[in-house]
Design a binder for this molecule. Structure first.
Ligand SMILES: C[S@@+](CC[C@H](N)C(=O)[O-])C[C@H]1O[C@@H](n2cnc3c(N)ncnc32)[C@H](O)[C@@H]1O
Length: 280
């Protein structure tokens, strides 16, 4: 494909991320993904690691993990358009990263295994059940989750700070923005043994609120379970997956149904939470 054909192809889609395809050619997304990459402190060396990118959109971070040597990378997103764009980039980069059209709420250790590193970047505030999603992320994380959240706060509020602030968006859409302290508490209750906040940025006044309310982006890093309780659970590659998930993954169609079907036959939650940090 020559440069003109490539530019024509890219124009068929509305891009979110800016991904380098070849010398001087990028997907024309508005997001400063390179800057976010520095802020999240993704390890430079991922050789031998398995990585799961949850809510990957076009796959910037998943492809980057592969570039840093990860042995197996799975990217998931619930948006069919993200899947199309992901596959355009995958083809152009000649990548081996796998994609599943899957919601975070359908993540299950039994169906996809557990990954050394999980990425959960800027997805939380889009979700209907955001706190349930934290349990899901913890359940498929082996060593470390790197998570970016939109949080809210009030300048100088101290102990009177609310736990969650509702943010109104255009079109009547509402997001739940937890405060930072509440978020850390929720992460620990979901099974993250220890959560470190490693960066905060893009602070601005919170739309729709007067005075001292602000929103900002915060990156937290947490090991999912105490190291001593870790059992080795490898991720299931689509190749190694049983029945419906494998065929769905290969064709790219119907995989959500397949995973849901497998989730319904999964063992009771007690088995799956074994070994996680004790709840306070
Ligand atoms: C703001 S974008 C962030 C994309 C990427 N993680 C990043 O940081 O550049 C949010 C992404 O989450 C995806 N998403 C929303 N709800 C989801 C869900 N329930 N399960 C999986 N992905 C979801 C959207 O389709 C979108 O691609």
């Amino acid at each position: 494909m020559n440069q003109t054909e490539l530019m024509d192809l890219l124009q068929h889609f509305k891009w979110y991320q800016r991904i380098r395809l070849t010398d001087g050619v990028y997907t024309p997304g508005p997001m400063a993904s390179e800057k976010k990459l520095q802020r999240i402190q993704l390890p430079e060396d991922l050789r031998g690691k398995s990585v799961l990118d949850i809510g990957c959109n076009e796959g910037f971070f998943a492809f980057e993990a592969e570039r840093r040597g990860a042995a197996y990378v799975l990217a998931i997103d619930s948006d069919a358009m993200a899947r199309k764009k992901f596959h355009v980039v995958k083809h152009l980069l000649k990548s081996n990263v796998e994609f599943l059209l899957l919601s975070v709420s359908d993540l299950h250790e039994r169906t996809i295994g557990r990954f050394d590193v999980t990425l959960f970047l800027s997805v939380f505030h889009h979700l209907k059940d955001p706190f349930l999603a934290l349990d899901k992320v913890a359940s498929v994380t082996g060593e470390m989750a790197i998570m970016e959240f939109l949080v809210a706060g009030i300048d100088g509020a101290g102990v009177e700070e609310p736990l969650v602030v509702r943010r109104m968006r255009e079109g009547g859409k509402r997001d739940l923005l937890p405060t930072r302290a509440f978020l850390v508490e929720a992460l620990e209750r979901s099974g993250f043994a220890k959560v470190d906040i490693i960066a905060s940025y893009w602070r601005k006044r919170l739309d729709g609120y007067a005075g001292r309310y602000f929103q900002e982006r915060t990156v937290g890093v947490g090991p999912a379970i105490p190291t001593e309780a870790l059992t080795t659970v490898r991720p299931r590659t689509l190749e190694g997956c049983v029945g419906p998930l494998r065929s769905a993954g290969r064709s790219g169609a119907g995989c959500l149904d397949a995973v849901q079907e497998m989730n319904q036959t999964a063992p009771a939650a007690a088995t799956l939470t074994a070994g996680r940090a004790a709840r306070p």
